[in-house]
Design a protein around this ligand. Structure first.
Ligand SMILES: Nc1ncnc2c1ncn2[C@@H]1O[C@H](COP(=O)(O)OP(=O)(O)OP(=O)(O)O)[C@@H](O)[C@H]1O
Ligand SMILES: Nc1nc2c(ncn2[C@@H]2O[C@H](COP(=O)(O)O)[C@@H](O)[C@H]2O)c(=O)[nH]1
Length: 289
């Protein structure tokens, strides 16, 4: 490769200004994708006229799409044989149409994935990771239990009074609901249905009783039972989490023995050894079904 051309000070500052403008345009476009204002097809159309947009990385575009995130973007690109560094201008006709198909509004219904398992196995840790990375859309449950210190209404849960929960049941607003450890928990039906209709894969992180109800109402749901690597590891996770008194922990462990016996009801069993590897396996299950 020859030496780079010598630029005058003016040429260098013009090149820097152009690079800055290009970054700003791409960043603004990504934000409009994130907010849902622009679709993937809109960006492909813009890229035909705008060389800055055409230079946007496909990975950045996919990861910005609502409900996609970095893990799913990587998985989609691998499946469609698109190089991780590919820019929009470098996509072939078939790749563009495969991507359009993947995100077309007329796309088939999303998958409903139910993650359950014994207390302390790591269900909410996995759900939090998936929510953060946008792997699937994660349902926000309603509960009558009190919020923990770090929890915010509408983020981890919708915290309802007993009366409000009763009203939701009466209006048939729950896809399922169950009693757990002295409180009630339920999955709001409407956002789940909307997500599935929009072609999104939806994850419910719920207890075993709730999982059984979902299977009755939606037999196509994929039921996944999360297991600890060993009984000792389950005990030590509950101890390390340190959210329960010793007596409460003993009750949880007693209940966990019954919960572990329910594994055979589920379609799939996954051992929660490493969070990222569980998430990858959930992705594979959703694609395979
Ligand atoms: N793969 C993992 N490796 C090591 N520790 C983990 C893993 N997954 C979760 N943990 C830890 O185990 C503890 C229990 O996890 P978590 O609270 O997510 O369990 P849970 O199944 O949601 O429990 P519950 O049903 O009581 O709400 C936490 O301290 C968490 O950090
Ligand atoms: N049946 C349902 N169970 C749910 C729902 N949301 C959460 N859960 C389960 O409750 C226990 C306790 O959760 P915690 O946050 O209080 O520790 C745990 O097993 C969750 O999976 C729901 O909507 N329905």
């Amino acid at each position: 490769m020859g030496a780079p051309p010598q630029l005058t000070a003016d040429q260098r500052s013009a090149a820097l200004a152009k690079a800055k403008e290009s970054r700003q345009i791409r960043s603004a476009a990504k934000n409009r994708v994130k907010s849902g204002e622009l679709s993937l097809s809109d960006i492909f159309m813009l890229a035909e006229k705008d060389s800055f947009i055409a230079k946007m990385r496909v990975f950045d575009l996919l990861a910005a799409l609502n409900g996609v995130g970095k893990i799913r973007a990587t998985a989609i690109m691998e499946r469609l044989n698109i190089s991780p560094t590919r820019r929009i201008q470098g996509l072939g006709k078939h790749q563009i149409s495969a991507l359009r198909n993947e995100f077309s509004p007329a796309k088939s219904r999303g998958k409903l994935i139910v993650l359950s398992g014994p207390g302390g196995v790591g269900k909410s840790t996995i759900a939090a990771y998936i929510r953060e990375h946008g792997t699937f859309w994660v349902s926000v449950s309603s509960t009558t239990r009190q919020p923990r210190k770090s929890e915010k209404n509408g983020v981890e849960y919708f915290f309802l009074t007993e009366e409000e929960f009763d009203q939701e049941i009466a209006k048939n607003h729950f896809l399922e609901w169950a009693h757990f450890a002295g409180a009630r928990y339920g999955t709001p039906r409407e956002p789940v249905e909307q997500g599935l209709l929009a072609g999104r894969n939806v994850l419910l992180e719920i207890d075993i009783e709730g999982a059984k109800q979902v299977k009755t109402q939606a037999p196509e749901a994929i039921l996944v039972f999360l297991e600890p690597p060993s009984w000792e590891e389950l005990v030590s996770r509950l101890e390390r989490r340190a959210t329960d008194s010793p007596q409460r922990r003993a009750e949880r462990l007693q209940l966990a023995q019954e919960e572990l016996a329910a594994a055979s009801f589920f379609d799939h069993r996954l051992i929660n050894d490493q969070v990222e590897s569980v998430v990858q396996k959930l992705l594979s299950l959703a694609s395979a079904h």
